[in-house]
Design a protein around this ligand. Structure first.
Ligand SMILES: C[C@H](O)[C@H](O)[C@@H](O)[C@@H](O)C(=O)O
Ligand SMILES: [Mg+2]
Length: 402
């Protein structure tokens, strides 16, 4: 089969601080309207400043906005993907990365990926918005390749190793997630080291209440969003053990490898330590794996795309660790269904009160599958590429051209 070449790459931004229309949702699930659980007093590294305690939007968690990358092949087929990088990402795509994409055959994804990573070494700092942008290009390329050869991405990656994906839900209401058929519920912590033992007591009270509501066998987890230190995390882990907390997530920023190593030693036996959604390099994941992280949690839109996610899964597999990506909808589903070390996956609840299942990237993606009774089947993913289309009614801007 003679494959077409890539003729155009275009980058659009949506939402974020640069948008004329501040909308709810978009591709950035942190960019929600008022009274959403996701922006309600969640513990962060900024919680030590009183004025930034209540809302993550107050310190700018939603300033970047959505990046949409579209690639077009010489036969007229288009592919696209979204991530969080907004206007900054548009500049990088149009003025830098485009040279590695245009002119290549649609199947030359690994070559393009390697060239993008190496060419940005001098300013990527090994992660952040640059890697978000590279991830978005990588995902758009996989989508295009799948749409050209008319196969879902998961088949291009070697095929499904299971018939269905089972999900846990992240949100404020594990008790409601249980009723919706999820296998577990992960709650954000609301307090941190600045609140001392009283903070621990308050988060444990919520855990206790949820444990009473869901019974003994439903998984409950805490997501700490880089807000803690080793001492606080150790105390929280021990206080949570009687309530069967399954795992403690992302207690520290990704660079604090020694803190993770120490926490793993301090944790009660059987409780899992997880992290990775803000790590942007394969080397970073290798270090986390070395430190004893039980579940690596890359975000496929922030770690280098599907190409990197497959490499990270292999690092975890080499040690018998799991890789359970940070919820990224179809972009994760197509990869994890091919991984033997991903027995379940994450669904981020974007409904304001976490009381119904809303597509994570609503309203940006058309035909985005969602779990029913906590499950998405392989059959539901059986559409070319990632199986979704871009909702052109969302306000897109193309700030740069090349
Ligand atoms: C709920 C969490 O604080 C984050 O907003 C979420 O993105 C995340 O960390 C997760 O693991 O889903
Ligand atoms: Mg998390």
């Amino acid at each position: 089969m003679k494959l077409p070449t890539i003729t155009h790459i275009r980058a659009y931004s949506m939402g974020g601080a640069a948008a004329k229309v501040h909308g709810q949702g978009g591709g950035d699930y942190h960019d929600q309207g008022k009274d959403h659980w996701i922006d309600d007093h969640i513990a962060t590294p900024m919680s030590k400043y009183d004025e930034y305690k209540q809302s993550r939007q107050s310190f700018g968690i939603n300033v970047l906005g959505t990046l949409v990358v579209e690639v077009e092949a010489s036969d007229g087929t288009t592919g696209f993907a979204i991530s969080t990088a907004g206007t900054v990402g548009c500049f990088i795509v149009e003025h830098h990365l485009s040279r590695f994409v245009e002119g290549k055959r649609v199947d030359q994804i690994k070559l393009i990926h390697d060239q993008m990573l190496n060419a940005t070494q001098y300013y990527s700092g090994g992660g952040g918005v640059v890697i978000n942008t590279i991830s978005c290009v990588d995902l758009a390329l996989w989508d295009l390749y799948g749409k050209v050869v008319k196969l879902p991405v998961y088949k291009l990656l070697g095929g499904a190793v299971r018939d269905e994906i089972h999900f846990y839900a992240t949100g404020a209401r594990p008790d409601l997630a249980q009723k919706m058929g999820f296998i577990g519920g992960k709650m954000p912590t609301h307090w941190g080291p600045a609140d001392g033992d009283e903070g621990i007591a308050k988060d444990i009270a919520t855990l206790k209440e949820m444990r009473e509501r869901v019974g003994d066998n439903f998984w409950l987890m805490f997501d700490c969003w880089m807000s803690q230190d080793v001492n606080y995390a150790t105390k929280l882990a021990h206080a949570a053990a009687p309530y069967k907390l399954k795992w403690l997530e992302e207690c520290f920023p990704p660079q604090q490898i020694e803190s993770y190593r120490q926490l793993k030693k301090n944790m009660p036996a059987g409780m899992l330590m997880t992290t990775g959604e803000h790590t942007g390099t394969l080397e970073g994941f290798k270090e986390l794996s070395d430190a004893g992280v039980d579940i690596l949690q890359p975000d496929v839109g922030w770690c280098g795309g599907v190409t990197s996610l497959c490499e990270i899964a292999a690092v975890a597999k080499s040690r018998g660790q799991l890789v359970v990506p940070h919820g990224s909808s179809v972009y994760s589903h197509h990869a994890v269904i091919t991984f033997t070390n991903t027995p379940f996956s994450e669904m981020l609840m974007t409904s304001p009160h976490a009381d119904y299942v809303r597509p994570q990237f609503d309203p940006v993606l058309i035909d985005e599958p969602v779990p029913h009774d906590g499950i998405i089947t392989a059959e539901e993913l059986d559409k070319p590429g990632f199986g979704v289309e871009l909702n052109r009614e969302c306000p897109l801007e193309r700030p740069f051209e090349h």
